[in-house]
Design a protein around this ligand. Sequence first.
Ligand code: 0O2
Length: 225
Amino acid sequence: MGEVFEESFIQGIEKELLKNKFIYQKAIKDVTDSLEQIARRLHEQRKHRYVHQVYSRIKTAESIVDKLQRKGFPVSVQSAWENLYDVAGIRVVCPFIEDVYTIVDEIKAAYPDAVSYERDYISDPKPNGYRSIHLGLEMPEYTTVRKDEYTDTVEQTRVKIEIQLRTIAMDFWASLEHSIYYKSRGTIDVATQVELKTCADIIADADTRMQNISDRVNSDRGILT
Ligand code: 0O2
């Protein structure tokens, strides 16, 4: 069990975090714009919508503190800046499983020097059934101004950002599981955990079937996606 922090400590982190907020927002906007261009180009070229929805969020101070504790990092804004990739997070929801992999390849091609890690929880789901791909990027060269009592120091920094990619079906499960279980780790009985895993398996099966149907229909029509 991690240390319990006072409300005022979390508020302090929240206030400090606001100083970095604009730069996280800028990184989110750049990646989101780039994703929109990719989606538009693929749609024009292949007459198929690879991206169903894109949304983003900046992690709350409470969730940052929780994750730093879980991973054994010091609990501070500087530590979050250095150690966490998902303070700025983008989620890309695609219709089919193969669309997810196509968009992952497009992102890697768009940011060849920025990808720090790729975690494929689709081919290797988490034990609870969670499926998604997480891509950690370090965006190059953002300008920040560090203020102290006497000077403003202009610095070039690399902003970390995480992109999570999944199908509509995976997103359905992850959103519900997040609200039911994930945030209250360990406080839900084993039977409920098993039931959630069963739902994840049913959804994974449905995803594969939908992909197969799509492939069959496209090949009957002579369409290559
Ligand atoms: P928030 O702020 O509420 O969105 P990562 O290091 O990010 O590749 P890891 O090590 O699993 O992955 O880290 P963590 O903190 O457990 O998960 C990061 C984010 O991935 C979570 O954000 C979720 O959005 C998503 N995620 C990971 N595992 C699961 C899971 O089992 N179920 C669900 N529903 N989502 C998951 P947070 O922490 O919820 O933050």
